[in-house]
Design a protein around this ligand. Structure first.
Ligand SMILES: C[S@@+](CC[C@H](N)C(=O)[O-])C[C@H]1O[C@@H](n2cnc3c(N)ncnc32)[C@H](O)[C@@H]1O
Length: 406
């Protein structure tokens, strides 16, 4: 287990990749044979939190065991200088060398002056059987006075695209930071998270909200998510929150209410979801056009059946890729997200209205990660139109309490 092989079709989240030498406790193999790791993320206190009012000047380290980066903020600023000149989505100029070949721009390296070129990726993997190392881990943990501020997350690393939910993504951190910065907005609310993955954002939300419907697809992923909720009861219970891990597939017509199926919904939960959800959150869920279409259909179908106002918060990372289709650098997934988002605003259906705005990402940083400029947070305010609200109030049609895919 000393060497990790990254296959060509695997992706590795920056959250795990930028901490190559952090200690990782491999806890088990999951039911599909993937190694599962335990990482700890500390919520900084008010006095430690990072003031992000200067955009992009975020902290660079993520998990608690990392050494601070020697170059401090320097390379973030350098990166911003380059990206900042490039303008908005879909308007990215490729960098060409003197011969006109594409010069792919990498994120700045930890030690840019080192000749070796690449940062060394050598995570220290601790096996569960190694009691001495585990004890050492626990001692290190004691250094952090307040265990209640540490979020423990089981996750896998370097997954295929279909398993990306088993990793933690920067969008989850951005959204979690927003919640921690503005707890009053969420206090006592019923909240739905779509595409929750490991459940980190739901867990943070449950420290202020009342009920969390933490949803995703796939038994294996949902089991991991449920385990994470259990691992973090020390944060959730004192706040009086409750997290219910449920299956919600953006590509399916119905919410599953079959009691024999794990992670299915009870009829009461479905009613509660439609009657009381005031907030919907989703972190880093727009990376595939078909899934993004399904996500927006789901959002529309849910919100157009609410009798009350609802606010949606979506965080994402604007990823730029070189594509053979365009022979250029583009952000297709982001552009498609943007298209779907503004389509909602243009919708005239007599049921509800949607107002879209991008929120500044200058709120305080309670978690340690790189608040890169490409991380964005969007807010959608949904208001039922008066006629529709009264119709729904009078007699909710059974079909209206279902999701659909068409
Ligand atoms: C990049 S991950 C983000 C996970 C988590 N929100 C985070 O930021 O760490 C995208 C998530 O979308 C979920 N997803 C993909 N297709 C879905 C579908 N059809 N219905 C519901 N969730 C889906 C994935 O399982 C995954 O958890």
């Amino acid at each position: 287990m000393d060497q990790i092989t990254f296959h060509h079709d695997t992706v590795l989240s920056d959250v795990h990749m930028l901490l190559p030498n952090a200690r990782r406790l491999m806890t088990r193999l999951n039911s599909v044979g993937q190694p599962v790791f335990l990482s700890k993320f500390r919520i900084l206190s008010d006095s430690e939190k990072h003031d992000n009012s200067e955009p992009g000047k975020g902290l660079k380290e993520t998990e608690q065991n990392d050494e601070p980066r020697e170059d401090g903020h320097k390379d973030t600023q350098e990166a911003q200088g380059k990206d900042g000149e490039e303008g908005g989505a879909g308007n990215v100029e490729p960098f060409l060398d003197v011969d006109g070949d594409l010069d792919v721009q990498h994120r700045p390296r930890k030690n840019p002056n080192e000749e070796s070129g690449r940062d060394l990726v050598c995570p220290i993997i601790l096996k569960q059987s190694n009691a001495a190392l585990e004890e050492e881990e626990e001692e290190e943990e004691d250094e952090y006075t307040n265990d209640k501020d540490i979020i423990k997350i089981e996750h896998t690393m370097a997954t295929t695209l279909e398993d990306v939910g088993k990793q933690v993504w920067l969008g989850a951190f951005l959204l979690a930071d927003f919640i921690l910065s503005k707890p009053h907005m969420f206090r006592g609310a019923t909240v739905l998270e779509l595409g929750a993955g490991t459940g980190l954002t739901s867990i943070v939300m449950a420290t202020v909200a009342k009920t969390l419907y933490c949803t995703d697809v796939g038994e294996d992923l949902l089991s991991m998510c449920k385990k994470n909720v259990t691992l973090n009861q020390h944060m959730i219970e004192p706040a009086g929150g409750e997290v219910r891990v449920r299956q919600l597939d953006w590509l399916q017509y119905d919410l599953c209410t079959d009691a024999d199926v794990e992670f299915s919904w009870t009829e009461e939960e479905v009613a509660d979801l439609y009657d009381n959800t005031k907030i919907i959150i989703a972190a880093d869920v727009c990376y595939d056009e078909d899934l993004t279409d399904g996500l927006f259909r789901t959002l529309y179908r849910l919100c157009s059946n609410f009798r009350h106002t609802c606010t949606i918060f979506i965080s994402l990372e604007k990823r730029m890729n070189f594509t053979l289709r365009h022979m250029d650098v583009s952000c297709d997934a982001y552009n498609h997200f943007s298209h779907c988002l503004f389509q909602l605003e243009d919708l005239v259906d007599g049921r509800c209205s949607f107002r879209v705005e991008q929120l500044p990402s200058d709120f305080a940083q309670f978690l340690l990660y790189e608040r890169i400029e490409q991380l964005e947070l969007w807010k959608v305010s949904v208001t039922p139109l008066p006629l529709h609200a009264s119709t729904v109030n009078a007699a909710p049609a059974p079909e209206d309490t279902k999701q659909s895919s068409s």
